[in-house]
Design a protein around this ligand. Structure first.
Ligand code: SAM
Length: 360
């Protein structure tokens, strides 16, 4: 199979039944996750102009590392390709061979519990891409990252993070959550909150620079920066948010909904600060042609650039919720956007960002 400039040998029968129980795991839908990793690392290289040490903690087929090696070789000082499973290591060896990549001083293959690699060395880029939740791995990353290093984290336990499963949200992430009309953004910001708090314990700032949701996964990148104004900014932006179940109004201060008078419920805490770094976003956009982005990837990029990064509020409104509150048929999206000076978030095709509660 081909993805980007990599070719991998993967049993096609596995694709019909993707699960963590497979001897080796490869999900073609996660191409977007790897594409954005390449774009982000290339942008990092452009901005910082230095070669980096990379830890691909959970490599499975090795596709991510192979793509980094073939598509952006200029950024690599060292790359550790790791997986805990023997079967994965055998597959990685074969895939390296197919791609004419030799293991050596700069390209290292490891068969470890990645937590031991996080304790052993320091890295400029750490990639955490587990099955489900990154809990148990993220905890070790703040100290394993060099200053100005980048952390990339994937999570697929959307129902816990987004609050749709309230008990799991509280148990795993100490979040009070319910299914809201902006649950997908709430979940990404709950994940960011969790990662930030793991850093702040050690006076380490992990500042989000780029994040997105797509088809059952979250992906977010952080840069390590221990300056006191960064630490203060991060901790000041871990916030509770009040939510009106009746009409979907949100507020940080009001406890009674100013739209319909209902008592609001307190959800969170989540990270309510900026999720995108302007310089990185600009570079990622400039670099986008190095990857063959598909329609969905382009849509996500466009909406992040034109909307999610522009409106400084940690939520969107679902127009289905708004129109049902007003007891009106769903109006044309362009009409609502025009009327409310709004824009379309990448989180949902029904989601709009506006500074005030939308009128229809
Ligand atoms: N990063 C891969 C990609 O882009 O295709 C997919 C990774 S897959 C979702 C998760 C991988 O984590 C599996 O291959 C599994 O064997 C590995 N894994 C699970 N626990 C691990 C651990 N403690 N240390 C290292 N690898 C682990």
């Amino acid at each position: 199979m081909n993805e980007g400039k990599a070719t991998i040998n993967y049993n096609k029968d596995f694709l019909n039944n993707l699960s963590s129980k497979l001897p080796v795991f490869y999900n073609p839908l996660m191409k977007i996750n790897r594409d954005f990793t390449i774009l982000l690392l290339k942008s990092y290289y452009d901005i910082y102009n230095k070669k980096i040490d990379i830890l691909d903690c959970m490599s499975a087929t090795g596709i991510r590392s192979i793509r980094i090696i073939k598509e952006i070789p200029q950024i690599i000082n060292k790359i550790y390709i790791n997986d805990i499973k023997k079967e994965a290591i055998e597959n990685i060896k074969e895939n390296l061979r197919i791609n004419n990549i030799e293991i050596g001083e700069n390209i290292l293959l490891e068969n470890q519990d990645c937590r031991s690699l996080l304790l052993r060395n320091k890295y400029d880029y750490i990639d955490i891409d587990p099955f489900g939740s990154p809990i148990g791995f993220v905890e070790l990353t703040p100290q394993a990252l060099r200053n100005n290093g980048i952390l990339g984290v994937t999570a697929t336990d959307i129902s816990a993070l987004s609050g749709s499963k309230s008990k799991a949200a509280y148990r795993k992430y100490n979040i009070i959550g319910i299914k809201t009309d902006f649950y997908l953004e709430f979940g990404l910001r709950a994940l960011i909150k969790y990662v930030i708090l793991e850093g702040l314990k050690y006076y380490i700032g992990l500042k989000p620079i780029f994040g997105y949701y797509y088809k059952h996964h979250y992906r977010v990148f952080f840069i390590k920066n221990n300056k006191s104004n960064t630490l203060n900014y991060l901790s000041e932006n871990i916030k509770y948010i009040n939510y009106c179940k009746n009409c979907g109004y949100k507020s940080f201060e009001e406890e009674t909904c100013k739209i319909c008078g209902n008592k609001m419920i307190k959800l969170g805490p989540i990270y309510a600060g900026n999720m995108y770094d302007e310089e990185f976003l600009k570079k990622i956009n400039e670099n986008k042609n190095i990857i063959d982005l598909d329609k969905d990837e382009k849509k996500i990029m466009d909406r992040i650039i034109s909307c999610d990064s522009k409106i400084d509020l940690p939520y969107y409104y679902d127009i289905r919720k708004i129109s049902s509150f007003y007891k009106k048929d769903l109006p044309k999206l362009e009409y609502i956007l025009d009327k409310n000076n709004g824009c379309r978030t990448h989180f949902s095709d029904y989601g709009i960002k506006t500074l005030n509660y939308p009128q229809i």
